[in-house]
Design a protein around this ligand. Structure first.
Ligand code: PLP
Length: 421
């Protein structure tokens, strides 16, 4: 077993001969030390309220906020006035959906989304449905991509909103955003995209893509938790959302609440750094490691299945189901590697991943699925170690499995008539 005695700065490995590997970067990322450095002065020296207009403390804070706003706007090709700070992508999604439906109620009462969206969109759409809004749920194709013909056919005169994410948090699948935007623009519907997983991973320019609303989050891009933004297009066309947070009229009236200055400053720095990854070789490094992981696992472990399109996929994401193992034992066997699982036992709900289910993947394979999320602090040694551990644990579990033995003997277990069932 690989050992590591040095404690790494980002805490992904520890000393005392035990190695641990963090591969859950789709769930959250560590704060980049450069981000922390940018934030630090705003907790004490520059602690002012950005809304204080009559003294230097306020001006300093406001300056930090406006610099961050400009950094984020530049990173996505927007104007600073189009960036509204929120507490995270969850709030941005809520503001986008609730705010659009309310603002355009006179035009219609119909929205379109997909069951594979993040819960922040799915549950908000379900809430709207419970309040009488008509929701069309598109059927994703088995590879996770939406069917553009189905979308085109679903848009109606009374459709006010299409909400489809840029890249999926579980399977990393990237949706055809410009094509979706084209359909929305043609039909006069607002197009919202949850881009929390996309920033710094794929090119994302609001004008090149033609999106109207976009949700982003700090902690998915090596920034702090508890901060995010909603991009709201101001021209061609001008899009408006009804206020969901009433109060002091901050953020041009779009979202009241004292601005979280240190978090915003860190978020701005994080986004600025994240988009550099696209051109400085970092994303290629991550993709190469992901491909190594993919090849290592699928070549050494038969009956392993990739979930979601491999072609239209985030560079750092891999989601694989290992047939003939028990999901919980698999996770326990690799507890030194931080991953997510499509299995019920990792979440509060009893169903396996609703995303995998929406792709038509059976519960058995969903239960043994593992999401690997590679990131800026993932090393080649992490990947080598992960391949070795997975191969070892999956092989060991299969050696104990009567189903695997039958499969090896050429028995099709789907055709067995079990006794006593
Ligand atoms: C993480 C995530 C969210 C939620 O973001 P928070 O900032 O944690 O509220 C929403 N959508 C997607 C796609 C995400 O990955």
């Amino acid at each position: 077993m690989a050992t590591e005695t040095a404690t790494r700065e980002d805490g992904t490995t520890e000393g005392s001969g035990r190695r641990r590997v963090y591969l859950d970067n789709n769930a959250t990322t560590p704060c980049d030390p450069r981000v922390i450095e940018a934030m630090t002065p705003y907790f004490f020296e520059k602690f002012g309220n950005a809304a204080s207009r009559n003294h230097e403390w306020g001006w300093e804070a406001e300056e930090g906020v406006e610099e961050a706003r400009a950094q984020i706007a530049k990173a996505i090709g927007a104007d600073s006035r189009e960036i509204v700070f929120t507490s995270g992508a969850t709030e941005s999604d809520n503001l986008a959906l609730l705010g659009t439906v309310e603002m355009y109620a006179e035009k219609g009462n119909h929205i379109i989304t997909v069951p594979t969206e993040h819960k922040a969109v799915v549950d908000t759409a379900k809430y709207l449905e419970s309040k009488g809004v008509e929701v069309t749920w598109l059927t994703p194709k088995p590879d996770g991509l939406i069917d553009l013909d189905e979308l085109r056919a679903a848009v109606r005169d009374d459709t006010v909103l299409i909400s489809i994410m840029a890249a999926n948090n579980e399977i990393g699948v990237i949706q055809p955003l410009s094509e979706i935007a084209g359909i929305a623009n043609e039909k006069g519907a607002v197009f919202h995209t949850d881009a929390a997983q996309a920033i710094g991973k794929i090119p994302f320019d609001v004008n090149e893509l033609g999106v109207h609303l976009a949700s982003i989050s700090g902690h998915k891009v090596y920034g702090p938790k508890g901060i995010g933004a909603l991009y709201i297009r101001r021209r061609r066309p001008r899009v408006r959302v009804a206020i969901q947070m009433h109060g002091g009229g901050h953020e041009r009236g779009n979202r009241s609440g004292t601005l979280a200055v240190p978090l915003i400053v860190g978020f701005g720095k994080a986004v600025e750094l994240a988009v550099l990854d696209l051109t400085n070789g970092e994303i290629d490094r991550v993709r190469a490691l992901r491909d190594k992981l993919y090849r290592g696992l699928t070549s050494k472990l038969p009956e392993s299945y990739v979930n979601g399109s491999m072609e239209h996929r985030l560079p750092g994401n891999l989601n694989v189901s290992f047939a003939f193992v028990e999901g919980e034992s698999l996770l326990m066997g690799i507890s030194d590697i931080a991953v997510s699982s499509g299995s019920a036992c990792t979440s509060a709900s009893l169903e396996p991943s609703y995303v995998l289910r929406a792709l038509g993947i059976g519960d058995d394979l969903a239960h043994t699925s593992i999401r690997f999320g590679l990131g800026r602090f993932t090393t080649e040694a992490d990947i080598d170690y992960t391949i070795d551990r997975l191969v070892d644990v999956v092989t060991r579990l299969r050696d104990l499995s009567p189903l695997w033995e039958m499969h090896q003997d050429g028995i099709d277990i789907t055709k067995i008539e079990w006794q006593g069932h």
